[in-house]
Design a protein around this ligand. Structure first.
Ligand code: ADP
Length: 262
């Protein structure tokens, strides 16, 4: 079943077109990675998918309904978005921020229920943020804050989670932690669409990769089909070698630079 679909969407900032006639379908339960060089339009596509931006032409359907006319609350129950960076001007406690993920389910002034508390605790545990749940957000490192933003999105219990380079501020331990959390969510039925600049992580965790290039879908398929020397060299304009991950048997990209030879 298709849960999210774009039909020939295009978008320009002022007069510069950055999304050019993209049609893309995401099936329920997929784990899709959007990759491509800087400026390809990946973040813009994600912002269109979650209605932060509105396409100039074309349509987007979420569970068969045009998102243009969908109520915010319904959209937020179905889809959550984790942006690349979030700026906090107020110094809320972590737990209060994660609790905001429950707003789409609450009537004005309604008290949170046992179910809401369970969703919040689960989100804190999955993102390994429970140990600092009482701390003010501005006292955390940027990597810790990013995990709190993910926790807020998980507390929303969305069917679809959209993430824009969620691990770009994180060290490799926490990058892996986030990707493993996403894998767990995916196994539990959440559809994941993630923009990733790290081709090797994308290849390790995603089932399908969509390559954006100059605002268009250049190609898409499984990591084995997509992460090839020809495709990577053409799109990223850099010489690479491709090796197989020793355990996962998926392609991994290494730069074809001499380094310091012995
Ligand atoms: P990616 O995520 O693939 O790096 P983006 O979607 O961020 O690409 O950007 C695509 C193009 O749109 C780039 O050329 C970028 O400079 C431009 N762009 C992004 N955001 C804006 C904006 N708010 N105003 C004008 N141009 C923008």
């Amino acid at each position: 079943m298709v849960v999210l679909a774009t039909d020939r969407i295009s978008f320009s900032y002022d007069k510069t077109q950055v999304i050019d006639d993209i049609s893309l379908s995401i099936d329920q339960g997929e784990f899709v990675g959007i990759i491509g060089p800087n400026g390809a339009g990946k973040s813009t596509l994600l912002r269109l998918l979650c209605r932060i931006l509105v396409p100039d032409t074309g349509t987007i359907h979420l569970f068969g309904e045009n998102i243009k006319i969908m109520k915010n609350r319904i959209q937020a129950q179905r889809m959550a978005f984790v942006p690349q960076e979030t700026h906090f001007s107020l110094n809320f406690a972590v737990e209060d921020i994660v609790r905001m993920g429950r707003f789409p389910y609450l009537e004005p002034f309604q008290k949170i229920t046992k179910h809401d508390i369970e969703a919040i605790n689960k989100a804190l545990t999955l993102t390994q943020t429970a140990s600092f749940r009482s701390r003010p957000i501005l006292s955390l490192s940027s990597g810790e804050r990013q995990r709190v933003v993910l926790a807020r999105a998980l507390a929303q219990q969305p069917d679809i989670l959209l993430l824009d380079e969620p691990s770009s501020h994180l060290d490799i331990l926490h990058q892996q932690g986030i990707m493993e959390s996403l894998r767990t969510l995916h196994r539990d039925g959440t559809t994941i669409v993630i923009v990733h600049h790290d081709l090797n992580l994308a290849s390790l965790y995603c089932q399908r990769l969509v390559v954006l290039h100059e605002g268009r879908v250049f190609t898409q398929g499984s990591p084995n089909e997509i992460v090839t020397r020809d495709t990577i060299q053409t799109v990223y304009k850099t010489e690479v070698d491709i090796i197989k991950h020793p355990r996962a048997r998926v392609p991994q990209v290494i730069l074809k630079t001499g380094g310091h030879s012995a």
